[in-house]
Design a protein around this ligand. Structure first.
Ligand SMILES: Cc1cc2nc3c(=O)[nH]c(=O)nc-3n(C[C@H](O)[C@H](O)[C@H](O)COP(=O)(O)O)c2cc1C
Length: 316
């Protein structure tokens, strides 16, 4: 008898993905950069680089450096702004034919988030919005200094913002959480209560690298966001904790570089995963993971990826 192929499709809110492998915001550009390395159609979904209302030049250089098992970045949301995004970047996404999640942010006000959500709500090809309320590399809007308190560091602020955006869009709404908090579960619950359809976690961890010869920070903004395999155990722990507290689907990320690291996130509680820094190491890795997950499910006689989500066995 022919063995049935393992089912990879998952739902993120009302959005059906043919497989649960996505690419993380800011690490896949506007997809065109990756078209020569892989078949973009194979991806479950693509999350765009974060877009803001106005163009942003981003932070001064140096804004990246390597770390043991990862990297620091302080790009500062460089992007061409929503008008150029819609005119020049979106047409390429339309051609790919996989769900597009547009990541949006504001450094100034909730009204900017609302304006962005309203603009994108009317565009059929946009499948969902990801609220980037967790970028650690923005300056304080008032003082122009340091990194300001993030919306994602405050449960009430998260709830207020998600509620306001929820009112103006029918698109699938994903809230991206920060690991730079005391209790990520409190923020997760606030986003769920306010109507978020799903949660993405985690964004980068605030970090500092020092050049001991010059005694200067290696990154111009002094602190920056740590990503890559170094943060994976923290991210997996956070997914596991949040999974126990909320009902909405989780999109897990943080240091995924191969099938095994992706599987950890599903077992901890993720319904889908996103590859970030791993794209820089191997631009094809996300498509390789899709094949790897299928093999794992079939080898272990698991009919559907949904059965793997939250299947962590804690008793010894
Ligand atoms: C160079 C770089 C740029 C990033 N830009 C964004 C961004 O624009 N918006 C966002 O929500 N996250 C951004 N991130 C965070 C990633 O989407 C992801 O949450 C984080 O890096 C953890 O996953 P990883 O360890 O697989 O990279 C960026 C990460 C890197 C490394």
């Amino acid at each position: 008898m022919l063995k049935r192929q393992a089912q990879l499709s998952v739902y993120i809110g009302t959005l059906k993905l043919k497989n649960p492998v996505m690419v993380a915001s800011g690490t896949f550009g506007y997809a065109e950069e990756f078209k020569d390395y892989m078949d973009l159609k194979k991806l479950g979904a693509i999350v765009t680089k974060t877009v803001t209302l106005k163009p942003r030049q981003g932070n001064p250089v140096p804004r990246t450096c390597e770390t043991p098992a990862g990297m620091l970045n302080s790009i500062g949301l460089e992007n061409p702004g929503i008008d150029v995004f819609i005119d020049k970047k979106l047409p390429f996404f339309k051609k790919i034919g996989v769900p597009i999640i547009v990541s949006i942010a504001s450094e100034a006000s909730a009204e900017e988030f609302i304006a962005l959500a309203e603009r994108l709500d009317g565009i059929q090809e946009v499948s969902g919005l990801e609220l980037n309320i967790s970028c650690p590399n923005l300056k304080d809007a008032k003082s122009g200094r340091g990194s300001h308190a993030l919306i994602a560091q405050d449960a009430q602020a998260t709830q207020r913002l998600v509620k306001m955006v929820r009112k103006v869009t029918k698109k699938v709404l994903i809230t991206k959480l920060s690991p730079n908090v005391t209790s990520i579960t409190d923020i997760a619950e606030a986003a769920e209560d306010a109507g978020s359809d799903a949660l993405s976690l985690i964004n980068t961890l605030t970090a500092l690298c020092i050049d001991v010869k010059s005694r200067r920070p290696k990154i111009a903004t002094i602190t920056a966001g740590l990503s890559g395999p170094a943060i994976r155990p923290v991210a997996v722990r956070m997914v596991w904790e949040v999974y126990k507290r909320v009902k909405i689907p989780l999109i897990g990320m943080g240091g995924i570089t191969d099938t095994e690291s992706a599987l950890e996130f599903f077992i901890a509680g993720a319904s889908a995963i996103s590859v970030g820094t791993g794209n820089f190491l191997n631009p094809k890795v996300s498509t390789e993971i899709i094949g790897g997950i299928t093999q794992y499910l079939e080898k272990n006689n698991i009919r559907s990826i949904k059965k793997l989500t939250g299947s962590l066995l804690c008793q010894r």
